[in-house]
Design a protein around this ligand. Structure first.
Ligand code: NAP
Ligand code: SF4
Length: 670
């Protein structure tokens, strides 16, 4: 039956034909996402539980993280690989769990090439990537031949393990791209030379895979639509490649945007939703097999719109399925307002993986911890009071209600969200509003007694069985002479709109919030075309890799961002997003000053000393972003046991990731 709200998204699709054809129950693909669980054989049960929960949540096709076809293709030392029967046998645990839950799953085969974080890495040439310290060795002609066959063997092993399909990773700058692009392939054997000869390697990978697995087993190929690096492929080359691959046996094209070394953000919050959909639509005009859209699609509405417009046949969402395992089930039940939306922050997923930690999710700390962080239904019906509705308190209240406790949430302001409400005012962080929509709706559905504009007292809390205090933080106002001057405002005043700064602004403190506030102060509205122009994204039909000269930004204000540390500004920001925030500061002509001592603030502006030389930054407004102090008055006044969480517990380097995790964990342990 056609779904009334998402008729295209929830419509089945059959991939391939013949006995191995795969019918998916809907068009939602959970895109490949390396979690770290793939790399350790002893984590196979955790991996199975992670996928099983998503299969139960209704997703059409799951694609695993990348598995190397050879040791030299590892992402890091001893990383995941699919190279022998033992591996295939072990994976039956994963495929069985997904099948029992009614789902379908594909194994991704990925050779890291020069992105391999180890000394054995190999590539089309010995050119080092700018994002890894290891110089690869150039593959011999025989090595390339051997590697193409190894890919095919991994594909065959995946089938043996019970996988319903495979995905060959041909995007994001990994080995296959390194063969395709002139940037990294300067070979003069049969695997290089002209653009067509550079295509020989991926085409052979698909051809040999097809030979080993027969006509019908679905082979997904993730094709790079836009390399976003100099010396990347042109659109003409991409379409020629797609046609060769289709002829060699590809069943479906998944799509990818940008190599990892590209200096254009492709998936983080500041990238407009659906930014890359038009490129998928362009590919769909070229090939006959189904095409899957990806990157910055995080709601069922947007996915439905892309399919309804005929821009793609499937939609891939990786991080949104990390954020909410029941994404599809909720869409199906017309409960999309209860979806815990991925806010594209990368803080607990990609940033973890790049730091060699297990992935999780900022808005869903259970992700990849399904067997460890369990919210069991309570056997003892207790009353729980949660005081403060910032991220920690919201997570605690919702988790407690999900466990079956009788929950009351006190919030002294009329709005829920605390510091998170301020964050969503930052340009490019508008998606954060979805997290508050999710929590607010869940509180409603679960019947939590939410008391807004209510400052809880010790007396109010006396009758509750459990009390959780999450009273949050307040902006720290440092002890600088003149801090009471009329020109001084806190970041909270500015982001909430209570204070509108003048044209010339000094920002004190260059942590995450100082950087965000500088972006807020300099930002001017931009549509998708302008966003692309500011990042130098052009038409790949005109320039290789789709890069062009970036259009300069016209900042709304003149901003100077100051810190006491002598390190470069913004180096402590997230690994996979910090570089983009730093780039925006530069594009917005924000003056950056490190190693400053604050002398005073007066009518002339902010007086500082740098390298022993005093100077004044002449400004109309000084915005203080100097961290936070815990708000603990209530907790200290309580004459009973209570759980202290979030910023009220530890203010230093508090972020929503820690707050939501702590709020969930404290309730799991009740
Ligand atoms: P923060 O990261 O601790 O930065 C505050 C900065 O203020 C410090 O780096 C410090 O730098 C300066 N400072 C501290 N005490 C000071 C004092 N007494 N006088 C003058 N300067 C002082 O805190 P935040 O920027 O408020 O951010 C809060 C949390 O939210 C952090 O955990 C942050 O990671 C998170 N957040 C993350 C993002 C993101 O994009 N991932 C964005 C926003 C916030 P100096 O000592 O060098 O001056
Ligand atoms: Fe999305 Fe952030 Fe969760 Fe990653 S950590 S899945 S980007 S919400």
């Amino acid at each position: 039956m056609t779904h009334p709200r998402y008729p295209h998204l929830l419509e089945p699709i059959t991939l391939g034909d013949g006995p191995d054809a795969l019918t998916l129950r809907n068009r939602v693909v959970m895109g490949s996402m390396h979690t770290g669980l793939e790399d350790h054989p002893w984590d196979i049960d955790k991996l199975a539980a992670f996928f099983e929960e998503r299969a139960r949540g209704g997703v059409g096709l799951i694609i695993t993280g990348g598995y190397a076809p050879t040791k030299r293709g590892w992402l890091k030392p001893f990383a995941s690989e699919m190279t022998n029967r033992l591996h295939a046998k072990r994976h039956e645990r994963v495929t069985g769990a997904v099948h029992d839950a009614g789902g379908a799953i594909a194994l991704q085969v990925l050779h890291a090439g020069r992105y391999g974080y180890h000394p054995l890495s190999q590539s089309a040439s010995d050119k080092k990537s700018p994002i890894t310290p290891f110089k690869p060795s150039a593959m011999s002609t025989k090595d390339v031949d051997h590697t193409a066959t190894a890919f095919a063997k991994s594909v065959a092993l995946a089938r043996k393990a019970g996988y319903d399909a495979v995905e060959i990773m041909g995007s994001e700058g990994y080995l296959i791209n390194q063969f395709l692009a002139a940037r990294t392939n300067d070979r003069d054997d049969q695997w290089g030379g002209s653009a067509t000869r550079r295509m020989h390697f991926p085409v052979e990978v698909v051809r040999r895979s097809r030979e080993l697995v027969g006509d019908d087993f679905p082979i997904v190929y993730r094709i790079s639509l836009l390399d976003l690096v100099e010396g990347g492929q042109t659109w003409e080359e991409t379409t020629e490649l797609a046609l060769h691959l289709q002829a060699a046996g590809v069943t479906v094209f998944n799509t990818g945007i940008g190599w990892h070394e590209a200096r254009v953000p492709t998936i983080i919050t500041q990238v407009p939703r659906g930014a890359w959909r038009s490129y998928t639509a362009r590919l769909k005009q070229v090939v006959d097999v189904p095409v899957c859209a990806s990157n910055r699609i995080n709601t069922p509405e947007l996915a439905e719109e892309i399919l309804a417009n005929g821009e793609a046949d499937l939609v891939s969402m990786a991080r949104p399925l990390l954020a909410d395992a029941a994404f599809v089930a909720k869409a199906m039940d017309e409960r999309a307002d209860e979806i815990n939306t991925c806010i594209a922050c990368n803080q607990a997923c990609l940033d973890h993986v790049f730091a060699n930690q297990r992935a999780s999710c900022l808005v869903n700390p259970r992700a990849c911890h399904e067997t460890e962080l369990v919210l069991m239904p309570t056997l003892r019906k207790q009353t729980v009071a949660v005081v403060g509705a910032g991220p920690a308190g919201l997570a605690a209240a919702v988790s407690a209600a999900e466990r079956g406790f009788d929950v009351t949430l006190f919030e002294k302001s009329p709005e829920l969200g605390g510091q998170f409400r301020l964050a969503m005012a930052v340009p490019g962080k508008e998606d954060f509003a979805d997290t508050l929509r999710y929590f607010t709706r869940r509180l409603e559905v679960l019947g939590v007694d939410v008391r807004r504009s209510t400052e809880a007292t010790a007396d109010d809390l006396a009758g509750f069985d459990q009390v959780i205090v999450s009273t949050g933080v307040e902006p720290r106002m440092p002890d600088i002479p003149g801090i009471d001057h009329a020109s001084v405002a806190s970041y909270a005043d500015v982001l909430s709109g209570a204070v509108v700064p003048g044209q010339r602004v000094a920002v004190i403190g260059a942590g995450g919030i100082g950087v965000d506030v500088s972006v807020f102060l300099t930002h001017t509205e931009e549509d998708l075309d302008e966003w692309m122009a500011h990042w130098g994204v052009g038409d790949p039909a005109l320039t290789a890799g789709g890069l062009t000269e970036a259009k300069p930004r016209t900042p709304a204000r003149e901003v100077t961002l100051v810190q006491r540390k002598t390190t470069p500004i913004g180096i402590g920001l997230g690994k996979t997003s910090g570089w983009a925030h730093r780039a925006v500061l530069k594009q917005s002509k924000v003056t950056q000053v490190s190693g400053a001592t604050y002398d005073r603030i007066d009518d002339d502006g902010l007086h500082i000393t740098v390298d022993g030389a005093p100077r004044v930054i002449e400004v109309d407004t000084v915005v203080v972003c100097a961290g936070q102090d815990s708000v603990r008055g209530l907790y200290d006044a309580l004459d009973r046991d209570a759980h202290l969480i979030g910023g009220a517990d530890v203010a230093a380097e508090l972020d929503a990731k820690r707050a939501i995790k702590q709020g969930t964990e404290v309730v799991a342990a009740l």
